[in-house]
Design a protein. Structure first.
Length: 414
């Protein structure tokens, strides 16, 4: 198959999904389920699938994960559920992500509507940011009968699902289906509204019973050596422009340099190759054994023909020439490229929001997801914990559960 930007790897068929499910050892203590940060419970959904009960399997996934179809595609399963799978000690772990994808694809094909709102409580919560944490929190709040308005700065919901993760790993249609299911719970989703600019913080405080801040880490960390260099662009800006169709293959030069050794750098390098750029070089500070990118992503990037160089840090840049020095050896390297894309991390930007997260960092765990203001909560990438989609789902769910406890009193499941 042609590996272009749009092509997603094929999923399992009914027969390959059943064969894969049949490999499951049906462990009583279900280590895979314990290892899933969002409690998506693979042990139970695989068991249902073995009985050809696809509906039951989809219901298990949706019990705890409103973004089950997304997680199926993007979870670093080798660090979570599949790492814990005892079958891995015999031959290969069960392909849990792929089974989850098969089940959620069937859910969509069969038009199942599993999520349902709870009885109205009259309480209202504003969520700032429609990334995975905000979307999951909205679902949990609506299931408990709390009214939800989500304010999203971008034109579309999804956060980094929509404006970061490339199409070949996560097709936009999958995100759109997940968002539609959540909006159908009567979530008032207002896109193109930046809190602090288009609507004021004080306005939200006056109208809503609580505010949940899930704005993610949307600003790029900069490389001082590349400051003010006209040939450079941050990885998140590049990926967002490609995903939204603002930047196409025709706009790209033939030589591009990528700086970084994480998953985001691999996404950039692979995207460039899939768009047809002939010469893509990625230089990372880390040595290969320490790369932050997952093994799967690194292998995928290698396969596309990207030149990978490890152990060098940038020390100087002059227009389209970047000089690197080896971390350990007395070696220098100068690379010339028409475009330079840096992927050295993301940070939060809380401009216009009155939120004190210091408080949250100190007491997270003791008083979950609170900030210094008793009516303001925070979740997702901006609070401590892994910065992955499945963790954002879990944090969004836990923050929403805490809000329910505060607003409704007692046990929100009553
Ligand atoms: C390129 C890339 C690839 C990634 N790949 C993976 C992967 O394969 N697997 C994985 O698990 N994780 C991956 N991640 C990480 C994952 O996407 C994040 O951990 C996750 O999206 C965090 O969710 P969030 O809801 O906290 O924030 P975000 O997804 O960052 O969403 C925050 C939202 O808030 C909105 N917002 C910000 N400020 C305001 C404001 N003032 N008013 C209104 N709205 C506002 C933003 O527009 C955005 O939509 C990747 C990240 C990137 C950048
Ligand atoms: S949500 Fe992710 S980590 Fe959890 S079981 Fe599914 S694929 Fe594994």
């Amino acid at each position: 198959m042609v590996q272009n930007y749009q092509t997603e790897a094929p999923g399992l068929t009914l027969s390959t999904a059943m064969q894969e499910a049949a490999r499951c050892l049906l462990c009583e203590d279900a280590p895979c389920s314990k290892a899933c940060p969002a409690h998506t419970d693979p042990a139970r959904f695989i068991r249902s699938l073995r009985f050809r009960n696809v509906k039951g399997a989809a219901e298990v996934i949706r019990e705890n994960n409103a973004l089950g179809a997304v997680c199926a595609r993007v979870c670093p399963t080798e660090r979570y559920c599949e790492l814990a799978c005892p079958r891995g000690q015999i031959d290969q772990p069960i392909r849990i992500g792929d089974l989850q994808r098969y089940i959620t694809d069937m859910e969509t094909k069969l038009g199942m509507e599993i999520l349902k709102p709870g009885k109205d409580t009259g309480k209202r919560v504003a969520i700032i940011g429609a990334g995975p944490a905000g979307l999951q929190a909205a679902t949990t709040l609506r299931q408990q009968g709390i009214g939800v308005t989500i304010f999203e700065a971008q034109a579309k919901a999804g956060g980094y699902l929509t404006y970061g993760i490339p199409e070949y790993r996560l097709p936009q249609v999958i995100i759109d289906h997940e968002v539609d299911r959540i909006v159908k719970l009567c979530v008032d989703l207002r896109c193109g509204v930046r809190v602090g600019q288009d609507v004021s913080w004080d306005h939200l405080k006056a109208i809503y019973d609580a505010i949940l801040v899930t704005v993610g880490c949307q600003a790029a960390k900069e490389l001082q050596q590349l400051a003010n260099n006209v040939c450079t662009e941050s990885a998140i800006s590049f990926l967002a422009r490609v995903k939204s169709g603002q930047l196409t293959a025709a706009d790209l030069p033939s030589e591009v340099l990528v700086i970084g050794g994480g998953d985001v750098a691999m996404d950039v390098a692979t995207t460039l190759k899939r768009l047809g750029v002939p010469h893509v070089t990625d230089v990372a500070y880390e040595e290969f054994s320490e790369f932050r990118a997952s093994k799967t992503e690194l292998a995928g990037t290698r396969q596309t023909g990207v030149t990978l160089i490890d152990g060098y840090k940038p020390v100087a840049a002059h227009q389209n020439r970047v000089t690197f020095r080896h971390r350990k050896m007395a070696a220098e390297l100068t690379i010339t490229a028409d475009k330079i894309i840096y992927a050295v991390g993301q940070k939060m930007d809380l401009t216009g929001l009155v939120v004190d997260l210091q408080h949250n960092e100190r007491i997270l765990g003791a008083a979950k997801y609170h900030t210094a203001d008793p009516r303001v909560f925070a979740a997702g990438d901006i609070v401590p914990g892994d910065q992955t989609v499945v963790f954002a789902v879990q944090k969004g769910k836990e923050a929403a559960t805490e809000i329910c406890r505060i607003l409704l009193g007692g046990n929100e499941n009553d």
